[in-house]
Design a protein around this ligand. Structure first.
Ligand code: GRG
Ligand code: ZN
Length: 313
């Protein structure tokens, strides 16, 4: 088994950032804000955030802000909670939260809370426990959790809990590791983890590890590097990470690297992309792989960035 090819991954991310007219960039145009978060957080975990011109990125981010206060995936697109959290996270990486009118962003977010405590992702109204996480994480980073009804938000998330200990996208929705990350993360940030049955959920989550060492997102599904984030971060937040075989998972992630051109894929031999490169590196960071910055499992930002936000106001 090889090692993490840090320099190759840095090169890969910088090249994707530059190739704005590549196939991947065109297809993902509306998601560019998320791409910026995935790529830049990976660079920071690898200790190479300074390889990029931060002023250029910050100027572009601010051009994606809508008059409502929310952020879009790219200039001229519509705002959504998905892009608003990514924008705030990237500004936090660069220690530039001060360029924001935090109350304006917070008003956009709290305006999306519904009577039952749930959140819509944007003005069109789709409801999903993912959006509860996005709202809670973002308001937490902005020190504006008091702008929403936290008690109702927590009760809604608790209503998405299933008899297997997991969480779905709405009440009654099937448990899925991605949704579990969102619900556990939101409960962790609001100090409400007592709503989780840690042993029951820990059991469901550790059963996601398959023979190859990789993790899947639901029973009977294929393993995928992104679940190294969704499953592992949840296990850490509920103190049950020792229930999986960490060495085998490290090997699975390293096997998904393109050791020639950099980047990480969803499973061995597939094509690499920025999304799975981020989840592979973030997963290795959670596994305490040497040489990587530590990442906070709830806020999905490097621990030093989170400490700067909460302890050095
Ligand atoms: C800040 C890290 C971070 C996230 C923001 C958007 C979001 C919050 C979370 C998304 C959670 C989620 C639902 C992730 C799942 C993504 C995924 C791989 C879905 C695929 O599901 P299936 O069922 O594929 O199509 P499987 O793997 O089950 O075959
Ligand atoms: Zn995936």
């Amino acid at each position: 088994m090889g090692e993490l090819v840090v320099d190759k991954h840095v090169k890969y991310i910088l090249s994707v950032e530059k190739r704005k007219d590549s196939f991947e960039s065109v297809v993902l145009e509306h998601l560019r804000m998320n791409g910026a978060y995935w790529g830049l957080t990976t660079l920071d975990l690898l200790g190479k955030l300074d390889a990029l011109d931060s002023n250029e990125v910050i100027q572009w981010i601010m051009k994606c802000q809508h008059e409502s206060g929310g952020f879009a995936g790219n200039i001229g697109h519509d705002p959504h909670l998905l892009y608003t959290l990514s924008a705030v996270q990237v500004l936090a990486l660069f220690d530039k939260l001060n360029v924001l009118d935090a109350d304006k962003v917070a008003n956009y977010i709290s305006g999306l809370q519904n009577e039952d405590g749930s959140f819509s992702g944007d003005e069109w109204g789709e409801v999903d426990s993912r959006f509860s996480y996005l709202a809670i994480c973002c308001l937490s980073i902005l020190h504006r959790l008091d702008k929403m009804n936290v008690e109702k938000a927590v009760n809604y998330i608790a209503s998405c809990k299933n008899v297997d200990g997991g969480f779905g996208c709405t009440p009654g929705g099937e448990s899925h590791a991605g949704q579990i990350f969102c619900c556990v993360g939101a409960l962790a940030i609001t100090g409400s983890l007592h709503h989780v049955d840690k042993d029951l959920l820990g059991w469901w989550l550790c059963e996601r590890q398959v023979k190859s060492g990789g993790l899947n997102g639901r029973p009977e599904k294929l393993p995928d590097v992104c679940y190294s984030w969704w499953v592992l971060s949840s296990l850490i937040m509920i103190d049950r990470v020792h229930w999986i075989n960490k060495d085998k998972l490290v090997k699975f992630i390293l096997n998904c690297q393109d050791t020639e051109n950099g980047g990480i894929s969803d499973r061995p031999e597939d094509a690499v992309d920025v999304f799975h490169t981020y989840f592979g590196v973030a997963g290795l960071s959670l596994l305490e792989y040497p040489g990587l910055k530590a990442i906070d499992p709830a806020h999905a930002l490097p621990v030093d960035v989170v400490n700067r936000i909460f302890f050095q106001k």
